[in-house]
Write a protein that binds this ligand. Structure first.
Ligand code: C2E
Ligand code: MG
Ligand code: MG
Ligand code: MG
Length: 291
């Protein structure tokens, strides 16, 4: 009996593994297809500045319109794209698309905000660099000072001199650098003084249970104080409630991103969404803020 069970478990495990491999292979195959057939789209989520009461940036977030499975979230395919190296062509498409959009908005006279683009650590090893970025910036006519590169702490796991010069060269284009998902990585804080960082984005995990959760409140307090003394601009990610907004505003966190203001929207909807946010007079005072 034990033997039978073992065999069954073994067979079940194999079938599951086979499915997983098949799914990965299918997914990889359809990602290649998606690149060639332009099945990707960039959505944009506004980032609100509490001091100027303006939307000063929008984060570009990739969406995949799969012909059979519908809309697939990046959390489902970006990790596999990173594992297979497909993040390189996808990342190039994302950056080119974001730059072309910046240029298009500028031509339409709505060019007063920056676009924040996610760059995976693996893109550095696959050949994305300042020269490649400069070619795309030049060919699209985008203003490089309106580009923010979002990188994660994993970039600093080996704080190599190559990583430093890679980032220095991106900065020399005129772009800004933000640390995404700040506080969730395992790297030391010393990179903050070694690398040319401009902004920290506090991960949603620390915002979710504000203001009631005392530990999260202490951590966000500490991050705010630290960013202030280091001269780094702070962005809170995943702000969904007015209570979270008020709390963060009172702490002195300058920038807010989250569903409270807007979910990520297609490019053509962004100008209207921004107008609505900026026209909302309540957004100027956190004490009577409603949305
Ligand atoms: P991220 O860069 O940290 O982006 C923020 C994520 O939080 C987005 O998920 C956004 O929709 C979500 N979010 C924003 N505000 C709220 C909120 O108030 N509540 C909740 N529940 N969620 C909120 P999304 O678009 O699904 O992207 C997930 C992740 O996929 C991104 O996390 C980023 O790591 C990656 N990603 C997305 N687009 C790209 C891309 O073009 N290139 C690369 N390399 N990675 C990307
Ligand atoms: Mg991001
Ligand atoms: Mg993030
Ligand atoms: Mg992330």
């Amino acid at each position: 009996l034990a033997k039978d069970n073992g065999r069954n478990q073994h067979q079940f495990f194999n079938a599951e593994m086979r499915d997983r491999v098949r799914n990965r292979t299918d997914m990889e195959h359809s990602m290649r297809h998606a690149i060639e057939h332009e099945e990707f789209e960039l959505y944009y989520q506004p980032i609100y500045n509490c001091i100027t009461h303006k939307v000063t940036a929008a984060e570009a977030l990739i969406r995949w319109h799969h012909p059979e499975h519908g809309l697939i979230s990046p959390a489902e395919f970006i990790p596999l794209a990173e594992d297979t190296g497909l993040i390189q062509p996808i990342g190039l498409w994302v950056f080119r698309q974001a730059c072309a959009q910046l240029r298009a908005w500028k031509d339409q006279g709505i060019g007063s905000f920056a676009i924040s683009v996610n760059i995976s650590s693996s893109q550095r090893h696959l050949g994305f660099n300042a020269q490649v970025a400069a070619d795309i910036i030049n060919s699209t006519g985008a203003d490089p000072t309106n580009i923010i590169f979002e990188i994660t702490e994993s970039m600093f796991l080996e704080s190599s001199s190559e990583a430093i010069s890679w980032l220095d060269q991106l900065k020399e284009l005129g772009a800004q650098l933000a640390i995404d998902d700040f506080g969730t990585g395992y790297s030391s804080l010393s990179y903050l003084k070694q690398f040319p960082i401009d902004k920290l984005k506090i991960d949603r995990a620390f915002i979710r249970d504000l203001p009631d959760n005392a530990e999260d409140a202490s951590l966000v307090n500490a991050i705010t104080a630290m960013s202030k003394s280091l001269g780094l601009e702070l962005i809170a990610e995943g702000v969904e409630t007015t209570e979270q907004f008020k709390y963060l505003h009172q702490l002195g966190c300058q920038n807010i991103q989250g569903f409270l203001f807007s979910k990520p929207v297609p490019a053509e909807k962004l100008p209207n969404v921004i107008r609505q946010i900026e026209d909302n007079s309540y957004s100027k005072s956190p004490t009577d803020y409603v949305i």
